[in-house]
Design a protein around this ligand. Structure first.
Ligand code: HAM
Length: 447
């Protein structure tokens, strides 16, 4: 009987690991550049943590079971509830703003499709304890840099941004009740994935007038109709004025969005931004500015999503604390890097290979390997004696930069080894003493 990995789960062979390590190294570097500290939490949590907080979509995808102690548990489908739980536990002892990152493996029983698996690695950056929009801008800048670091540019991906407060202020202005707003968010979330007629029907059911719906449709189209974030903001303001939406709540949200764009523009990132009111995010806990990063061609699922979730800490029993963050998965990112030819070379590399010519130089080979490894170099040698040609072939297959050929004539004659540069093929003789020191070289080179 042959076993296979479960659907949606990956076996990571060395070449796959090289790609994942490349991605994780980039993410760590960005977290460092922005001054975030790393944290982690358990991969298994109580089921309850997700049921109330994450929202229907994720709860429907949970890997949950009853453990041997009769506890209802779930494998983490996302990191945010764990982070919130950990922050609540520390309460006011944490220095604010808390700026933490994590790279957990997450589990969701999703329908497997391109870019979506049942496990993935997700880079999370979160800021807690800061209500100012400057933090929202900093977070998006970090998310954008988390893709730029791999060589992706504004021609490759875009950040679609919106604000739940903005949309909800408009909806309330249009006559929806507070209790209807979440249902409308659900409609808007599916705006691009379901027929327009279905969305419109649902807006009618939520009590939005035909004029209101016309205005909303125009707002949802702004991204398509105007090429730059500045033009989109201008068009949106003009639309708000024309539709007479500009009550204090809407104006406040528009001003906040203008400040957000202004900061990101000053960071030199305006080319990545698109105002997109269809972005509300599927997760239940978001309360403010929300964003998603997509490949520019729009062929793949979202690479990253995040936003402000100012009420989650309170809902989990903590003192009120504003919060915001994002999650970026490795699956779509790797796909995009592959499409753009930006994946790293996954061929193995080695600093040095030691060729052993005969049995009587074994102690020299071992001492040399020891010395080079202590110096921090990656070193390999053959486990069993083979012809020099075969060993050189092995060195080349392993991507060795240098080969040391240790032969009896050189060792017991001139106390030297041959060093070959594998890229140029040039060889030079170097004294064993310069590699191992006089005492050891003298001892080993004596029969
Ligand atoms: P999310 O939108 O559910 O947000 O996931 C964020 C990203 O994780 C997605 O854009 C996608 O790249 C990746 N992802 C999600 N599910 C899968 C999957 N099944 N297979 C492959 N990749 C996937 C969250 O999880 C929020 N907790 C993010 C956050 C952090 N918000 C605030 N802080």
């Amino acid at each position: 009987m042959k076993f296979q990995s479960l659907p949606g789960f990956r076996d990571s062979y060395p070449a796959d690991m090289a790609i994942r390590q490349h991605i994780i190294t980039g993410w760590n570097a960005v977290a460092h550049r922005y001054g975030f500290e790393q944290y982690d939490g358990p991969p298994l949590e109580s089921l309850e943590l997700y049921v109330a907080k994450s929202g229907e979509e994720i709860v429907g995808q949970l890997y949950n079971f009853t453990d041997k102690g009769s506890r209802e548990v779930a494998m983490r489908p996302e990191m945010t509830p764990t982070l919130a739980r950990m922050v609540v536990a520390k309460g006011s002892s944490l220095r604010r703003p808390v700026k933490w990152f994590a790279i957990p493996q997450l589990f969701r029983y999703e329908r497997q499709q391109k870019g979506r698996l049942r496990e993935h690695w997700q880079f999370n950056m979160d800021i807690l304890g800061e209500a100012d929009v400057a933090a929202d801008a900093e977070l998006l800048a970090a998310a954008i840099d988390s893709l730029r670091i791999f060589g992706l540019e504004s021609a490759d991906f875009i950040a679609r941004v919106s604000d739940r407060r903005l949309l909800s202020a408009i909806l309330l202005h249009l006559g929806a009740s507070e209790s209807q707003v979440p249902a409308v968010f659900a409609v808007v979330d599916k705006w691009e994935r379901q027929p327009l007629a279905v969305s419109i029907d649902k807006l009618v059911t939520a009590g939005i007038s035909q004029t209101g719906i016309d205005g909303l449709q125009a707002a949802m189209r702004i991204r398509q109709d105007h090429p730059t974030i500045h033009a989109q903001m201008q068009a949106f303001e003009a639309l708000c004025a024309a539709e007479k939406w500009l009550d204090p709540a809407v104006t406040e949200a528009v001003d906040r969005m203008k400040r957000y764009v202004e900061i990101l523009d000053a960071y030199g990132l305006a080319a990545y931004l698109q105002l997109d009111l269809t972005i509300v995010r599927g997760l239940a806990y978001y309360t403010g500015i929300v964003f998603e990063l997509f490949d520019a061609k729009g062929e793949l699922r979202a690479i990253c999503g995040g936003g402000r979730y100012d009420k989650l800490i309170e809902t989990l029993g903590g003192d009120p604390m504003p919060a915001l963050g994002f999650g970026m998965g490795d699956v779509v990112l790797a796909e995009l890097l592959k499409q753009r030819g930006l994946l790293p070379d996954t061929k193995p590399t080695l600093d040095a290979y030691i060729v052993q010519v005969s049995a009587d130089v074994e102690t020299v080979v071992l001492a040399l390997a020891r010395k080079l490894r202590d110096d921090g170099l990656s070193v390999e040698r053959a486990f069993t004696l083979a012809g020099v040609g075969k060993q050189l072939k092995a060195a080349s297959a392993l991507g060795a930069a240098k080969v040391y050929i240790v032969g009896p004539d050189e060792i017991f004659g001139s106390q030297q080894v041959v060093e070959r540069d594998m890229a140029t093929g040039t060889e030079q003789r170097i004294s064993l003493a310069s590699l191992l020191g006089d005492a050891l070289a003298g001892k080993l080179a004596t029969r």
